[in-house]
Ligand binder design. Structure first.
Ligand code: URA
Length: 230
């Protein structure tokens, strides 16, 4: 991959900003300053941006089947963090790449690789998330079209990005979204005057929740799975 693309994909910098940083000799690959934005790098190369490694070596990546009743944060005094579901030795240094609500179940990714979780969660990368949703009321007939066009969430300036809806029954659907606004799925159905009664995340990008994982269980991602979210 081109060096300027590699850095832009793993940071908040645009390709143009990366080129300027390279011009100022702030980028090195395997200890050598590189000024050519088209220089080719692989995951094995050690890329430093202003002295900071772009990707830490030996990073850890896990998928967890989140049960209800756990939060994806570490600063909630009232509820247990999903980190408590991990072995003591495993937990150290990990953070969640994206959050699910207290009452949502399903796929949560954990890592100590900040660049990777940035790619998974940053709006710039528009990583798709698929949810299975159970609704209180039968779904309105034009729901698919309205979600494709984008709906207005309360308190937001812009419509939601196009989202794909697949109807399993009148009250059970699969919804794929590329954003991660606060309570986004629940607020999208509220915009259709409906209510989410159960919510389960099945997939993040190409990564599906492993059906062999019971609620509360987790496993390391394979290198292919880690790379699938790049
Ligand atoms: N949208 C929600 O409303 N809740 C979640 O947990 C995830 C997406």
């Amino acid at each position: 991959m081109r060096l300027d693309k590699f850095i832009a994909d793993n940071s908040d910098y645009s390709r143009a900003q990366v080129k300027r940083l390279m011009h100022k000799e702030l980028v090195s690959v395997n200890g050598e300053v590189v000024k050519d934005p088209g220089f080719k790098v692989t995951e094995q190369d050690q890329v430093l941006l202003d002295g900071e490694p772009m990707r830490s070596l030996g990073s850890r990546y896990l998928m967890l089947h989140k049960p209800k009743g756990y939060v994806c944060s570490t600063d909630d005094p009232e509820h247990a963090s999903v980190l408590l579901l991990l072995d003591d030795r495993e937990r150290f240094g990990l953070h969640m790449a994206g959050r699910l609500d207290l009452d949502t179940t399903g796929l949560v990714l954990l890592t100590d690789d900040g660049q990777w979780s940035h790619r998974v969660t940053s709006p710039k990368h528009q990583c798709q998330k698929r949810y299975r949703v159970w609704l209180d009321e039968p779904l309105v007939a034009d729901a698919e079209a309205r979600f494709l066009e984008g709906v207005q969430l309360r308190g937001e300036r812009h419509l939601t990005k196009p989202a794909q809806l697949e109807r399993i029954s009148d009250t059970e659907v699969l919804l794929t979204i590329s954003e991660g606004k606060y309570h986004q799925v629940k607020r999208m159905f509220a915009a259709l005057d409906n209510k989410v009664v159960d919510l389960h995340r099945e997939a993040v990008g190409a990564l599906e929740l492993d059906p062999d994982l019971a609620e509360g269980e987790y496993r390391p991602l394979t290198p292919e799975e880690v790379a699938s979210l790049v």
